[in-house]
Design a protein around this ligand. Structure first.
Ligand code: GLU
Length: 438
């Protein structure tokens, strides 16, 4: 969606049923998510009542976000905040700014947050928000005004006891600070607990920025221990150089692992001997992309995931691995740093090939786990050391990994189904104990 268009971005156009349409339908994240739910619900004989509840987000808010642009025109963006489930606690989940945001995408992402919080046993339900926009084409002032107006529009449903946003694709600490400030101005006092992923100076937590990447590392290390391979000898490929991909790459390298490939939106870098991540990070600080980095082989984006490696970490967007490339993937292990990077068709192909995949709702749960720590610290106005945060994070992620891996072995199901079963058990119990109102 081009942000230069001043009218409200419309919903996806209705197209004739061509092969492309069928493909797009197969990769609709909400359809994917519901198929995952059905598969796991059936495998564990989840009560139909609980299953039916989870098929419907609790609350969907669509808002118009008018923004005064720098050239004096007014553009109206479309935004969403969806609270999928609140049976186990306040709703929790990030806010995404991207041209491809859609209602079905945000619905799926909110559902995956419900599942994620249940898998790692945080006292939260799931939520997600998003605005259809292209933040890369907007100035800082435009982004601030859009964020503040969006916050005002969704302030009727967010709050530290109700629904707590956080960063996601293309949103960061600064965006969280604007959300915290806007919300606090309307209630008349500072409310750090309304949002997580904030700067440290206003109630953020140490270790939050690195948390998702750190969680990715912890699950990979556990997987190596359970499968009996030496993680330091396993070549790793990481797709995506945002907060998750770059931190995961650094943490793998800090632990002596060999990252042989990384990519951003412009393409990939590959060196079978291991990339010099420190040098690439320095390069990235000065340059927008890795497109002209001179000390590694360049690989086009559509071939990147097919490079030789043992471990593949898709840490970019949904549907990176689909039926069109799943067969060509050489990795033995896939760790989903992104949300929904593997389509269900691809899942089936990878399972048949014997690839072990650690699903998003477990692999990337480190972020929301430290968000939970941040919220707890804000509520108590008592802050923890980074050492304490990382130790607690490790305990939660390793505990959840062990539970999921054991169930995957015991029930002979793939790890995504096993993770769903762990989460659904908690969600099913919460739903039946609470019962139905009225
Ligand atoms: N956006 C992140 C996720 O998808 C973090 C959510 C949060 O911290 O609430 O898990």
């Amino acid at each position: 969606m081009d942000t230069k268009i001043s009218s409200k971005p419309s919903a996806a156009p209705v197209v004739a049923k061509t092969a492309e349409h069928v493909e797009a339908h197969d990769e609709n994240p909400w359809h994917q998510a519901m198929e995952q739910l059905d598969r796991a619900g059936k495998a564990m004989k989840l009560e139909p009542f609980a299953l039916e509840r989870l098929r419907h987000p609790k609350r969907i808010l669509t808002v118009s976000v008018p923004v005064k642009m720098d050239d004096g025109s007014v553009k109206v963006f479309e935004g969403y905040r969806i609270q999928h489930n609140m049976d186990r606690g306040p709703a929790k989940g990030g806010i995404r700014y991207h041209p491809q945001v859609s209602l079905d995408e945000v619905k799926a992402l909110s559902f995956w947050m419900t599942m994620k919080c249940a898998v790692v046993n945080l006292p939260y339900g799931g939520a997600k928000g998003g605005i259809i926009c292209d933040p890369k084409k907007m100035s800082k002032g435009e982004l601030e005004r859009m964020t503040r107006r969006y916050t005002a529009e969704i302030s009727i449903i967010i709050g530290p006891d109700k629904d707590i946003p956080a960063p996601d694709v293309n949103t960061n600490e600064q965006v969280m600070a604007w959300i915290m400030d806007t919300y606090s101005m309307t209630i008349g006092y500072a409310c750090p607990g309304v949002v997580t992923g904030k700067p440290i100076e206003i109630g953020g937590s140490l270790g939050r920025k690195e948390a998702t990447g750190r969680g990715v590392f912890y699950v990979t290390r556990e997987l190596a221990a359970r499968r009996g391979f030496d993680l330091r000898k396993a070549p790793i490929i990481i797709q995506g150089f945002g907060n998750v991909g770059s931190n995961a790459a650094n943490i793998f390298a800090e632990h002596g692992c060999k990252v042989v490939g990384i990519s951003d939106v412009t393409g990939g870098l590959y060196d079978p001997k291991g990339l010099d991540l420190h040098d690439i990070m320095l390069y990235r600080e000065k340059n927008e992309s890795v497109a002209n980095y001179g000390k590694a082989e360049h690989v086009p984006i559509d071939k990147f995931l097919e490079l030789p490696c043992d471990i593949l970490v898709p840490a970019a967007m949904e549907n990176a691995i689909t039926k069109s490339n799943a067969d060509k993937i050489k990795a033995k292990y896939i760790i989903e740093g992104a949300n929904g990077p593997t389509s269900n068709d691809a899942d089936r192909i990878l399972n048949a090939k014997g690839v072990i995949l650690v699903p998003d709702i477990l692999a990337n749960a480190g972020g929301v786990t430290v968000s939970y720590f941040e919220w707890v610290q804000d509520m108590q106005s008592l802050f923890w050391s980074e050492k304490e945060i990382n130790a607690r994070l490790q305990e939660i992620i390793v505990g959840a990994f062990t539970e999921v891996y054991d169930l995957h072995e015991k029930e002979k199901v793939d790890m995504r189904t096993a993770a769903f079963m762990v989460g659904l058990r908690r969600l099913g119990k919460a739903a039946s104990i609470r019962g139905m109102y009225p």
